[in-house]
Design a protein around this ligand. Structure first.
Ligand code: ATP
Ligand code: MG
Length: 389
């Protein structure tokens, strides 16, 4: 009998040859998230993962939040493993578990059995009835309620048997790595980290690009983006953050395009630069934190004028239908909000025009851009000077 954490993950993405890769990736994220907290190991067990503590006590309070928030994890269940799975052992362990977890208060309960081991001599109804009867007779504080019990005591029959009575839900989604790759344009703002999270939640592996404009933006503005990436990696696993020096490009645009259009050109330059990096790292799309109508550069006309900067890749905008409040709520839920609101300037606010054009015409923007003879070289140079974190 051993304390374990049972990890349930989305099965849909797990069909065929993907399964092996995706499971291994989940395992490596769990190991990474737990590496500083004790001697934990992760095992595969027929459609589940098991976290075990190899030495000392299992510290559920520390481990659960580090595992349950990984994308693709549907739920985690703190429980007990019974390697020799006969009814006598299961009864014994189920009772000990219930006494330990629910020994005091008066509660209602029922037993559910999942019988993946088709060789097991009893069927799932018989196991539930047997264990339920045994536990009920041995504890005074329990009554049975099969419709809405306070506690569901679950018995899973796999290679070993498992007993648990609480389930903590995760974000669900598809495990990262099961749906290709994308590159996120990540500022230090509230929106783009949420866009990154939403994308990763659909199983897309992400890398991120940040455009840095020293000395107009500070070291601390950059650190903010690094901290955001670090936070996101708890959900997604490790990824690359490319920091691209963009000051030269910005100065060039500032001196060569009409001031009311600068934001559009700047965004186009970011897209061009991000696309170069994305094509090198195997991405199939670019992701931004745009939400339609939020600011001057996010009107439909502006979005249309910016979009054509990408020549090969699709630009996805996962927040396009969200209100600011909905984005803020999600940012709080994934714990990026407090980092995002640190008060450091970003490169767009430094060059923000007094009267930005809200309805730019794509044809005019593209025509002006053709006359910007040094732009492509400056963009190429900025990408070459990127730093990887
Ligand atoms: P955010 O909250 O993500 O900063 P925002 O509401 O401030 O977004 P904008 O500043 O117009 O809106 O930026 C729109 C999108 O452009 C961002 O969500 C992000 O994807 C991208 N972006 C803007 N600035 C940068 C930057 N310095 N580096 C990388 N991407 C950027
Ligand atoms: Mg911003």
């Amino acid at each position: 009998m051993e304390n374990i954490l049972l990890v349930k993950y989305g099965e849909i993405a797990m069909r065929g040859k993907n399964r092996y890769l995706v499971e291994n990736r989940l395992i490596s994220i769990i190991i990474k998230n737990l590496e500083n907290y004790g001697n934990y190991r992760v095992y595969k067990e027929q459609g589940r993962l098991l976290v075990k503590c190899e030495t000392g006590e299992f510290d559920y309070e520390t481990v659960i939040p580090k595992v349950v928030n990984i994308l693709g994890v549907v739920a985690v269940c703190p429980g007990v493993e019974i390697q020799e799975k006969n009814m006598e052992n299961i009864r014994d362990v189920a009772l000990k578990h219930m006494r330990k977890q629910h020994g005091e208060k008066k509660i209602t309960f029922k037993v559910e059995t999942k019988r993946s081991d088709k060789q097991f001599p009893l069927d799932s109804r018989e196991v539930s009835a047997d264990i339920g009867g045994f536990v009920l007779n041995s504890m005074d504080n329990l009554t049975v309620d099969v419709h809405s019990p306070d506690v569901i005591l679950t018995v899973e029959l796999r290679n070993s048997a498992y007993v648990y009575s609480s389930l903590i839900k995760g974000f669900g989604g598809l495990p990262v790595g099961s749906s290709g790759k994308a590159t996120v344009l990540m500022s230090g703002g509230i929106d783009s980290p949420v866009a990154a999270f939403m994308t990763a939640k659909r199983g897309v592996e992400i890398d991120a690009v940040y455009f840095d404009s020293p000395p107009h933006t500070s070291e601390r503005a950059r650190q903010k983006v690094i901290d955001l990436a670090e936070k996101l990696s708890l959900y997604t696993g490790k990824f690359n953050l490319y920091v691209v020096p963009f000051t030269e490009v910005q100065h060039y645009l500032y001196n060569n395009v009409p001031p009311e259009k600068i934001t559009i050109f700047l965004k186009r330059a970011m897209i061009k630069s991000a696309e170069k990096i994305a094509l090198e790292n195997g991405s199939l799309a670019l992701i931004t934190g745009d939400s339609v109508g939020q600011v001057a550069s996010q009107t439909m006309q502006a979005i249309n004028s910016i979009n054509s900067a990408a020549k090969e890749l699709t630009i996805l905008r996962p927040l396009c239908g969200f209100d600011k409040q909905e984005i803020v709520d999600l940012a709080k839920k994934i714990d990026t909000f407090e980092i995002s609101i640190r008060p450091y300037e970003d490169c767009c606010t430094v060059f923000v025009p007094k009267h930005p054009e809200t309805k730019p015409k794509k044809s005019i923007i593209e025509k002006i851009e053709k006359s910007l003879s040094e732009l492509d070289d400056l963009i190429t140079e900025s990408c070459e000077n990127k730093k990887v974190f």
